[in-house]
Design a binder for this molecule. Structure first.
Ligand SMILES: Cc1ncc(COP(=O)(O)O)c(C=O)c1O
Length: 443
């Protein structure tokens, strides 16, 4: 315990400016001073003043290699020059016209070029709004009410999108089933009560903490078509992080609707539903009112956001930032797994451009590093691991790395090989410290 306390003491003494801001913040923000549940930490997370590329700095002058990357939105790193320039220029031309403008058309064209299933596009302020609209469009199109979802899939904090069992949630129309079992999917769909099947791109939780099997996903278009249910892939994290065509282009599938967000806005807030023209006909003013959606939203297709999105999407088109990000993630995984093995810790890094940490029994050797060494969702999502991850996150923060406190690290094209080497060294030092203090036990 003494060692644990000394880490907290050291952290507090090297983060005094952040401590003072935290004292002010707790008076307003009920989540122990934080504005997002992922920014809560005992004693407090650093208060950041600026960021560039792969790095960010706090009010006390501490420097971090950042693996939060705007909750996954920044595949180009912080303040990419092309995005900064586009936003600065647009700022001077006006940030809100309350009218149609060229930038929204250009951004839609870029999205369609990368994701040809985007026959129509509708813009929102964030990914969750896009998912809410995807559910509504599906209800209108099918004349049904129910929503089918997979375990641990996250689509936002709104009633029908958040994890089952969350407090204050009304989701009577939602059924949650395990993924990777076609019989269960078919049994539900065959009731012909479902308007929509929602599927998180890349697997559940930030691009595949709980993986989804390719063969399973490839069977979903036929099944949903057979029972007239709209199939929506939520690519809010994976579009266009995995590839210019999103995760669906990697697996080789086409849903009826796709929702995107995060990376699409180049770091500014955005969401979009894209997909089949007949389903999105609900937006048309010629559609009878009983089948029409009145799509309001003060921030829809905001010019500033569109300017950032265009600059970002132009860079995503050739797939180079995605490939570079994947290469860095592969390197972090390889080196991190070596460090874990050397210390005989039963644990594994896996997944694609968001690197996940599995801490638990190794049940088999997966054929590749995108998969964890178990298929048991309960073991992957074991809530008892939370405090260990948080502790690891604090050790890493104190060593200048903002990573893994929630079990994953988000890579970007701005991370260099040197960044990863420094991170792996800090990871090894943190694990050694945790073994010494008894918060991680080698086999
Ligand atoms: C898969 C997925 N869908 C939707 C959302 C919600 O997006 P937003 O926070 O932009 O509303 C998230 C947020 O992390 C997400 O991971």
């Amino acid at each position: 315990m003494a060692a644990m306390d000394s880490l907290v003491e050291e952290y507090i003494s090297t983060h005094q400016g952040s401590g003072k801001l935290h004292e002010r913040g707790v008076k307003y923000f009920a989540a122990d001073g934080a504005t997002h549940f992922g920014r809560v930490l005992d004693p407090f997370r650093p208060y950041i003043t600026h960021a560039k590329g792969s790095r960010k700095w706090d009010v006390d002058g501490n420097e971090y290699i950042d693996y939060i990357m705007g909750h996954g939105a920044l595949i180009l790193g912080h303040s990419h020059p092309a995005i900064v320039e586009a936003v600065q220029q647009q700022m001077a031309r006006g940030v809100h016209y309350g009218e149609n403008h060229e930038l929204e058309v250009e951004l839609a064209e870029l999205i369609r070029n990368m994701m040809p299933m985007a026959e129509r596009v509708a813009f929102f302020s964030c990914g969750q709004e896009a998912n809410m609209m995807a559910v509504r469009l599906s209800r209108i199109f099918t004349g049904r009410r129910k929503v089918l979802r997979f375990e641990e899939n996250f689509h936002g904090w709104a009633d029908e999108l958040i994890h089952e069992g969350s407090a204050g949630v009304l989701a009577d129309e939602v059924t949650v089933i395990p993924s990777n079992d076609l019989n269960i999917v078919e049994k539900e769909l065959a009731t012909r009560e479902y308007a929509v099947l929602l599927t998180e791109g890349g697997g559940a939780v930030m691009n595949g903490r709980v993986p989804i099997e390719d063969d399973f996903v490839r069977a979903l278009p036929d099944l949903t078509r057979k029972y007239d249910t709209v199939w929506v892939i939520d690519e809010v994290v994976t579009g266009f992080r995995d590839a210019p065509g999103g995760w669906q282009s990697v697996v080789g599938i086409t849903p009826d609707l796709t929702t995107i967000g995060k990376c699409v806005g180049g770091g500014l807030p955005i969401g979009a539903v894209v997909g089949r023209a007949d389903i999105m006909e609900a937006f048309s003013p010629t559609t009878p009112l009983e089948r029409r959606v009145l799509h309001s939203g003060t921030w829809n297709a905001n010019p500033l956001v569109c300017a950032a999105g265009i600059a970002a999407c132009k860079l995503y088109q050739d797939g180079e930032p995605q490939k570079r990000t994947r290469a860095r993630a592969d390197y972090l995984r390889e080196e991190g797994n070596r460090v874990l093995k050397e210390r005989s810790i039963s644990s594994r890094l896996y997944s694609r451009t968001v690197v996940h940490l599995y801490l638990g029994p190794i049940e088999f050797e997966p054929s590749d590093d995108t998969m964890p060494p178990t298929k048991d969702t309960k073991k992957i999502m074991n809530p008892e691991l939370g405090p260990i991850m948080t502790r690891l996150g604090l050790h890493l923060l104190q060593r200048g790395i903002a990573a893994f406190d929630r079990g994953f690290s988000v890579l970007s094209a701005a991370h260099s090989k040197e960044d990863i080497d420094q991170t792996v060294q800090a990871f090894a030092d943190s694990l050694d410290a945790m073994i010494a203090e008894g918060t991680i036990n080698p086999l």
